[in-house]
Ligand binder design. Structure first.
Ligand code: TYD
Length: 134
């Protein structure tokens, strides 16, 4: 089974332009507690490099593109996010990295919990230990 769970959102645009609506428990498969967005990322900068103990997230590049790497400790997969109508669902203990942000990239992330530093696993070795412990 692929590590990458793609969500396709319905385009509601018309001749005036584009529109996408994301509803809790309809388009986003969890209760939404937080939204954040990453933008104006400097060239050559990569972000992420962590996993979460208990968090679900949906990531969408609303403008521009970036590359997402997901790693469950056994497999490592990459996807390019380059569409405002395509998101990925990240759940479970998965290491994530974001690379190759385009200059115009606005990466929006919808999360199931408020920000909690204690939920982060920021060391890859700790991540592997936790995953291997089951
Ligand atoms: P960080 O998790 O390092 O970002 P990324 O994983 O995208 O590289 O977050 C950068 C800073 O922002 C860090 O000090 C924590 C803070 N932050 C919040 O306060 N709330 C949030 O929802 C997020 C995602 C980060």
């Amino acid at each position: 089974m692929s590590l990458i769970k793609v969500l396709n959102f319905k385009p509601l645009g018309d001749e005036r332009g584009d529109l996408v609506a994301l509803e809790e428990l309809v388009d986003i498969p969890f209760v939404m507690k937080r939204v954040y967005y990453v933008f104006r990322t400097e060239r050559g900068v990569s972000r992420g490099f962590h996993a979460h103990r208990n968090l679900k997230q949906v990531a969408v590049c609303v403008t521009g593109s970036c590359e997402f790497v997901l790693d469950d400790g056994e497999n490592r997969e990459t996807i390019t996010l380059d569409s405002s109508t395509k998101g990925i669902l990240i759940e479970g203990i998965v290491w994530r990295e974001m690379h190759n942000f385009s200059d115009d990239c606005v990466l929006m992330v919808i999360a199931s919990e408020h920000y909690d530093e204690a939920d982060y696993i920021r060391s890859y070795d700790d991540f592997l230990e936790i995953v291997n412990a089951g």
